[in-house]
Design a protein around this ligand. Structure first.
Ligand SMILES: [Ca+2]
Ligand SMILES: [Ca+2]
Length: 432
């Protein structure tokens, strides 16, 4: 990371490349479901999906990969853009994957009783298969659920209340220029609709936000008086920006604000096949239209502060340099691949009248190192240093504790890791 990037909060995740955001609000948190571009990818080489969550929109907890291509025994590849919804105590994750038998793209459904999974195949076969992608589910006020999907067409079908079967037949939404704008120079694609529908209702108005034109894509939207139309083209949400030739929308309201998720190629090594999810906060105009937004490195403002006096996962990160995450034998994820000079930024930590000690759950198959606790930057005020010993294994966990002084008020906390060469130690969680 360049030094200036430490002040940035977009993209949301820096440990891996993420794409195709699908945010979902549940029980006081935003759960962010994404795809995962492999490092160095030169195509949409995607093998698993990822989940992150946040209560404050800036510090995001990594929940790892609770669903992959191997979840669907009938699928061969292409863990592409999905969408998760909650209904009747279960979480349903609709995803496009390649059906091995037919070679066609199809829509599968993962199901779990937890928003972070693990997810299993709800059907053992595709829910629907017509070679098109990008599923999105909307549950209307009357309880009727709709599955939308499609590229190059736009389809919907009415889901039954079990969310894994449907009534009637898949139906095309007419792609008219009145509904979806006019594309020039492509006789087979006369409207701007390209892919990635995101349908929701606000007041009495139905919105469909989608990737427009190609390539490069931008984000446009249409509105309608009902869930199946007739749609009216409303214009641009986000212009073509950000060095990825695709984009993908996801919109939620959370804690009184509205948030627009998208992706770009903003991380080092980023591009059209190595994308990263980002987020902007916005306000609807008085007439219900969506303002035009630009990609920023600032991201959304923080909601409240992070409480350092309860256990916080090490994989709860606003920004980082050099670290990665992996599944922990103690459950959830841990931070690993920590080398000298790597750091984690945790934004807006509410120390209040002051902290007196810091504990961390650590493991090291090497000889350990040190965790420097700094405020405001990697070179900021040092308020404590914890020494991590070798523990005999990368998953052999112990808790270390060290004194802290001078940590008061609300601060950006930097966990700066120091030591010798190579990987130093892992961290599962911490608490002041
Ligand atoms: Ca590293
Ligand atoms: Ca953890």
């Amino acid at each position: 990371m360049p030094a200036g990037a430490a002040r940035a909060d977009n993209p949301v995740v820096q440990t891996i490349y993420t794409a195709d955001p699908a945010p979902m609000v549940y029980n006081g948190r935003v759960y962010l479901y994404t795809g995962h571009d492999e490092d160095g990818s030169t195509y949409f080489t995607m093998k698993d999906w990822r989940v992150f969550s946040s209560a404050d929109m800036v510090n995001w907890t990594d929940h790892g990969s609770p669903m992959s291509i191997s979840t669907f025994s009938w699928a061969s590849q292409d863990a592409w853009a999905g969408h998760t919804v909650y209904r009747n105590g279960k979480f349903y994750w609709y995803v496009p994957v390649k059906d091995r038998a037919s070679g066609q793209m199809a829509i599968g459904v993962g199901v779990s009783t937890s928003p972070t999974g693990p997810f299993s195949d709800a059907l053992g076969r595709p829910l629907v298969r017509n070679g098109e992608i990008d599923p999105n589910v909307f549950i209307d006020d009357d309880g009727q659920a709709y599955l939308y999907w499609g590229n190059p067409n736009l389809w919907y079908v009415k889901l039954n209340s079990d969310m894994i079967s449907y009534s009637g037949s898949p139906t095309q939404i007419p792609l008219t220029t009145a509904g979806f704008g006019t594309r020039t120079g492509n006789a087979s694609r006369p409207t701007l609709y390209e892919e990635a529908p995101w349908v929701y209702k606000r007041g009495s108005l139905y919105y469909n936000v989608y990737a427009a034109k190609c390539c490069s894509e931008y984000i446009a939207y249409s509105t309608a008086p009902g869930p199946t139309g007739p749609w009216t083209f409303r214009g641009t949400v986000m212009p073509t920006q950000g060095s990825s030739f695709t984009n993908h929308p996801g919109i939620v309201d959370f804690n009184g604000g509205s948030y627009f998720f998208y992706h770009n190629g903003a991380l080092p090594g980023g591009g059209g096949f190595t994308r990263s999810v980002a987020v902007e906060k916005f306000s609807y105009n008085a007439d219900g239209t969506i303002p035009v937004m630009n990609m920023t490195t600032t991201g959304a403002p923080q909601i409240g502060t992070l409480n350092p006096y309860v256990r916080q996962e090490a994989e709860t990160i606003a920004w980082e340099s050099g670290v990665e995450t992996e599944p922990s034998t103690e459950g959830g994820m841990n931070v690993g691949f920590i080398e000298n000079g790597d750091y984690i930024k945790v934004k807006g930590v509410g120390f209040g009248s002051g902290a007196s000690s810091f504990s961390a759950r650590v493991a090291s198959a090497a000889s350990g190192g040190r965790i420097e606790l700094r405020l405001g930057g990697t070179g900021g005020t040092l308020v404590g240093t914890c020494t991590v010993p070798g523990t005999g294994g990368w998953q052999s966990w112990t808790t270390v504790t060290c004194p802290v002084s001078g940590a008061t008020g609300t601060q950006d906390l930097y966990l700066r890791f120091t030591g010798g060469s190579g990987n130093l130690f892992n961290v599962n969680w911490w608490q002041f």
